[in-house]
Every structure is written in structure tokens, then in C-alpha cells.
Design a protein around this ligand. Structure first.
Ligand SMILES: O=C(O)c1ccccc1N[C@@H]1O[C@H](COP(=O)(O)O)[C@@H](O)[C@H]1O
Length: 238
């Protein structure tokens, strides 16, 4: 299965087209007012219509209540919900049941202790997004452009597919793909020229570098099969 690539925080038709044209598998819209990438409910339908059928549409929310989620689902008709706040496993399960959409739960990683939280979420989410924990004082829970120590993922054995994120950019994504060999990757600020302003050239460079590393790794693996693939199933939580 080839690497799935998500470009997140797209908020204009031009940059959305850049991501689609460069071959992104998923495109993310951020519904979180403090973010410079925030998309409002009036803008979302046209953006989503542009992407529909060409890439998976992911709606990113942060600790949103049911009414807010309902409005977002109504406006964007996403293919997947990304929960990027402090949602508990119970809340993830409830959102999934209520909206009937696959859910990707973001988990902040800073130390090995953070990995202990993964299995509870793997039981209820369709996918996990392994992101860096926000730096102290950060205004956003994600989209901060900081990586975490990928060595922490060595030997990880997950029952769900995951996406690697946090501080990826066109220069480091090849190394990330070769070292971690994640099923998917996600990027936001690393393909911007300024906070919230996506750069079509950086989007294309990111996809090129990631695809090249994935192709090389598939043809000439440089290491052992990563442990996280040993039991990962493409099934959904019941
Ligand atoms: O992008 C945002 O503005 C954002 C806001 C609130 C929560 C998450 C957000 N983005 C997600 O964070 C990861 C990592 O971002 P980055 O690549 O390090 O900038 C990104 O993939 C988004 O899914």
C-alpha cells in the first residue's frame, strides 16, 4: 500500500488546487478560529466541492461540541473528521457513532510515556495522527511546525493505520518516510511561506520528496520491517 499524503490547512481555491494537482491523497480544512488556517462555514462548501472525488476531505476540529460538528459536517460534507484537541476515547467513539464518519484522532507525542495513550484510542478511532506536543505557550494544539523524536516510534505496534505529522517539510520528509515508514504523513506549516499562507511550490516539493522516498524504500528497504505494520489492520473499530 503506497504512502498516503495529507496536506492540511488549505483555505483558498488556488492552494487547494495545488495540493490536488500535485497528487495529495487527502486535503484538510481547519475549523478552529484561533488558527491562521481557519475556514469559516460560508467558505467551506465551495472548497469541499472543488476537492470532492479527487482527494479525501478531512475536517479538523479541536474539542468541538456536537452542534459545531453538525454545522461543519453539513457545510463541508467531509470524508473524515480529525479530532485534534483533548477528546477522550469515549468522546472519539461518541463522535464516530453520531456522525457516521471515520475519525482520525491526533495524539501529541513528546516522550515515550505519551505512547501509552495510543492503544485506548486505537480501539475507537479509525486512524491515529501522531503529532508533536505543542511547545510551551503555543496558541494552537497543532500546526506549530515542530517535529518530535521519531526514534520514539521504533518498535511501535499499532492496531490502526497512523499518519506521522509535526514539523515535516520538503527537506526532512524523505528522511521521515525512510526512518519511520509510516502508512501516512500530514503537513501544514512546512508547506507555507508564512503562517496560514500555503506555497504551491513547497506543496509540490513536499509531495515529490515523499513519493520518491516511499518508492525507494519500497524497492530497496533499508531496514527491518517496522513493527507497527505487524498487526495494523485496515478494519474499523466496531
Ligand atoms: O494547522 C493548524 O492550524 C492546526 C490547528 C489546530 C490543530 C491542528 C492543526 N494542524 C495539524 O497539526 C499537524 C502538524 O502541523 P505542522 O505540519 O507541524 O504545522 C498538521 O498536520 C495538522 O493536521
Amino acid at each position: 500500500m503506497s504512502l498516503e499524503i495529507k496536506i492540511c490547512g488549505l483555505s483558498t481555491p488556488e492552494t487547494l488546487d495545488a495540493a490536488l494537482g500535485a497528487g495529495a491523497d487527502m486535503v484538510g480544512m481547519v475549523f478552529f478560529a484561533p488558527s491562521p488556517r481557519h475556514v469559516d462555514l460560508a467558505t467551506a462548501p465551495a472548497l469541499a466541492a472543488r476537492a470532492r472525488g479527487r482527494a479525501g476531505i478531512v475536517a479538523l476540529t479541536v474539542d468541538a461540541d456536537d452542534a459545531t460538528l453538525a454545522a461543519i459536517v453539513d457545510a463541508a460534507r467531509p470524508d473524515m473528521l480529525q479530532l485534534h484537541g483533548k477528546e477522550s476515547p469515549e468522546r472519539v467513539a461518541a463522535v464516530r457513532a453520531r456522525f457516521g464518519l471515520p475519525v482520525m484522532k491526533a495524539i501529541g507525542i513528546a516522550t515515550a510515556a505519551d505512547l501509552a495513550r495510543l492503544s485506548a484510542y486505537a480501539d475507537v478511532a479509525d486512524r491515529l495522527l501522531l503529532d508533536a506536543k505543542p511547545p510551551k505557550g503555543a496558541l494552537l494544539p497543532g500546526g506549530n511546525g515542530v517535529p518530535f523524536d521519531w526514534n520514539l516510534l521504533a518498535g511501535l505496534d499499532l492496531t490502526r493505520p497512523f499518519m506521522l505529522s509535526g514539523g515535516l517539510d520538503p527537506d526532512n520528509v524523505g528522511e521521515a518516510v525512510r526512518r519511520v515508514r509510516p502508512p501516512g504523513i500530514d503537513v501544514s506549516s512546512g508547506v507555507e511561506r508564512a503562517p496560514g499562507i500555503k506555497d504551491p511550490a513547497r506543496i509540490a516539493a513536499f509531495l515529490r520528496a515523499a513519493r520518491a522516498a516511499d518508492a525507494t524504500e519500497s524497492e530497496h528497504p533499508t531496514g527491518d520491517k517496522p513493527a507497527h505494520t505487524s498487526s495494523a489492520r485496515e478494519t474499523s473499530p466496531s
